[in-house]
Ligand binder design. Structure first.
Ligand code: CP
Length: 342
């Protein structure tokens, strides 16, 4: 049956079918080729449409991807930043959603609670795109699996290792993406994180693995986890919106889970490294410098300011995180186009 996503929201990827997720990945690849050929300049299917992009947390990739994708498609964009609206403060989410739904053909939202996205979906009456919540980062995951497909071809049976704070939104999203594409995913980190995973997500993914192939395993040993890996993926140890005070306990918990060359060498020779970015791989950021000065002598693993990945890996040929970042724009274009329709 042909896929038709017109009018749908991308609130959680788990509300989509396997065919729908793979359709979005393939449409993203097609739109990238189309942009490279310059075809987007004479085909702007969303002229006359407008979207709002609302951020309760800062963003580089997601914001710019929505803006460039909308411009390429011919749609107008309104950016509402963390301090730019009374959303949730002096005006309820319900009322804001009802207002925005009168103005716009689609709404992107980055915030904290998944229930805020659910309220926007319920009350706006237009497609809502989850630009990151505490639970999930679904637009990121379409870009990630698009990147894997570009680099690896067919994803069925390939091995993805997500290492580090796998109980976070990206860890869950990697699991969901693997379940839709039939990949074997290993979540690698401290044993104590396993019980902090959202069990309902694991149950849904187990059903998808039975349908699509692939599997979920856990590991507390990065070298063993890396064996036969096609993809090694990590994220920051303290996520966007989490408190700075969490750095020390997280470094303590995750010091054995930094992606380094030993881990890369334990994987397949053609392994790729992915990171949703921004990454702490050196001391060229205020936080990286601060972490190095405060904790470098106590925890040698962060002595250079690198945390989740060494600079050696980040600067190596294995790192495809910038292709992945570019793909945010192509995949978000696919998501906007497919759900607003033309
Ligand atoms: N990966 C990601 O969501 O990047 P931004 O926070 O810059 O949007």
């Amino acid at each position: 049956m042909p896929v038709n996503l017109k009018g749908r929201s991308l609130d959680s990827l788990l509300n989509f079918t396997t065919d729908e997720v793979n359709y979005l990945i393939d449409l993203s690849i097609d739109l990238k080729k189309s942009k490279y050929q310059g075809l987007h300049t004479n085909n702007r299917p969303l002229v006359g449409k407008n979207i709002a992009i609302m951020f309760q947390k800062d963003s580089t990739r997601t914001r710019c991807s929505f803006e460039v994708a909308a411009f390429d498609l011919g749609a107008g964009v309104t950016y509402i930043g963390p301090a730019g609206s009374n959303f949730g403060k002096k005006e309820s989410i319900e009322d804001t959603a009802k207002v925005l739904g009168r103005f716009y053909d689609g709404i992107e939202f980055r915030g904290f609670a998944q229930s805020d996205v659910d309220a926007l979906v319920k009350y706006s009456g237009v497609p809502v795109w989850n630009g990151l919540t505490d639970d999930e980062h679904p637009t990121q995951i379409i870009a990630d699996f698009m990147t894997m497909k570009e680099k690896l071809g067919n994803l069925k049976g390939k091995k993805l290792v997500f290492i580090g704070d796998y109980k976070n939104n990206i860890g869950h999203s990697c699991l969901i993406g693997a379940a839709f594409t039939g990949m074997h995913v290993t979540l690698c980190g401290p044993d104590s994180y396993k019980s902090q995973m959202r069990q309902e997500v694991i149950s849904e993914c187990e059903k998808l693995f039975r349908l699509n192939g692939g599997s979920l395993t856990f590991s507390n040993n990065k070298i063993l986890a890396a064996q036969n890996a096609d993809v090694i993926y990590t994220d920051v140890w303290v996520s966007l919106g989490e408190d700075y005070s969490l750095f020390e306990p997280r470094i303590n918990e995750l010091q054995n889970y930094q992606v380094d060359m030993a881990m890369i060498r334990a994987a397949r020779p053609d392994v790729i490294f992915l990171h949703c970015l921004p990454a702490f791989h050196d001391d060229h950021t205020i936080f990286g410098k601060d972490i190095k000065e405060k904790f470098g002598s106590k925890f040698p693993v962060v002595a250079t300011g690198a945390m989740e990945v060494t600079d050696e890996v980040f600067q190596s040929k294995y790192n495809k995180a910038f292709d992945q970042a570019e793909n945010r724009m192509h995949s978000i274009k696919a998501i906007i186009l497919a759900t607003i329709g033309y």
